[in-house]
Design a protein around this ligand. Sequence first.
Ligand code: TXA
Ligand code: MG
Length: 310
Amino acid sequence: MTPANPRILPYGEAALGEAAALIRARQCVAVPTETVYGLAADATDSDAVAGIYAAKGRPSFNPLIVHVADMAMAETIARFGDEARALAARFWPGPLTMVLPLAEGSPVASLVTAGLATVALRMPDHRAMQGLIRASGRPLAAPSANASGGISPTRAAHVAASLAGRIPLVIDDGATTDGIESTIVDPATRRILRPGPVTAEQLPGYSSGATPGAITAPGQLASHYAPSKPVRLGAVRAEAGEWLIGFGVIVGDDTLSATGDLREAAARLFDALHRADASNRPRIAIAAVPLHGLGLAIQDRLARAAHPRP
Ligand code: TXA
Ligand code: MG
């Protein structure tokens, strides 16, 4: 009998060994980070990276984030100026991605960067992703481990449901702590390209928002992170047929954080959207979150979830 795909293995030496063997065999493996579960493949091998696009059904012009275990590996891939070095010292390992010029002789496959002269790089703060990079000896390209356009996965079960039959293995290390994708910055222009767990307040001198001419990638597509049901934002109570996701004093069928804590809300956000999508109500309503700190990243994901499908 063929085992059901994907297999879900608990984090440990055995799981890392199997996953590393799959990576070296140019396959992709789902692995948690502190932000969301990623679908990882050898960033230096274009066939392996093509497997990510195939499994996700992702349009191939979108560049991917490369994950490294240490600065030595990072510097073989990208060029670090003073500002990039300062950010790395302050925020790595952690949920910050930097867009940097490719290093001379960078081993990253051009499919990863979609042919750009820059690469998005991050050093994750998670034992499973760190362990897999070290065990495989490869930098790993990894977008979120969900079918393209779907809700980002914060648990192994989300990955298994979204990518059933399309990937061989998920390393299960429980729910992710941050719950939303990394903050992406361009140190050269001091712009925040995608809001995330590292907040604008922690990046003084950086301006927010996409710039004309910037690449459009899935995180920037208006209806990314979408549940399958219509979503209404800023709800104070549920209307007929709605599943209400509350926040603070707004009590719903579920809550992002009963105490109004934005860290907790970020960590629970995608999980709550998965539960709402799986509920027996045809529509989803979500309470407002305050628009500062992590609230900006949460609102960014919610606005995309609520945007009408193309
Ligand atoms: O938290 C995260 O960042 C997760 C986990 C798995 O690490 N990964 C993730 O990857 O969200 P992904 O592939 O969904 O995000 C890729 C984003 C694109 O939307 C694009 O905005 C940006 O990275 N990006 C990648 N390469 C870029 C480049 N050369 N220039 C500008 N933006 C780039
Ligand atoms: Mg994604």
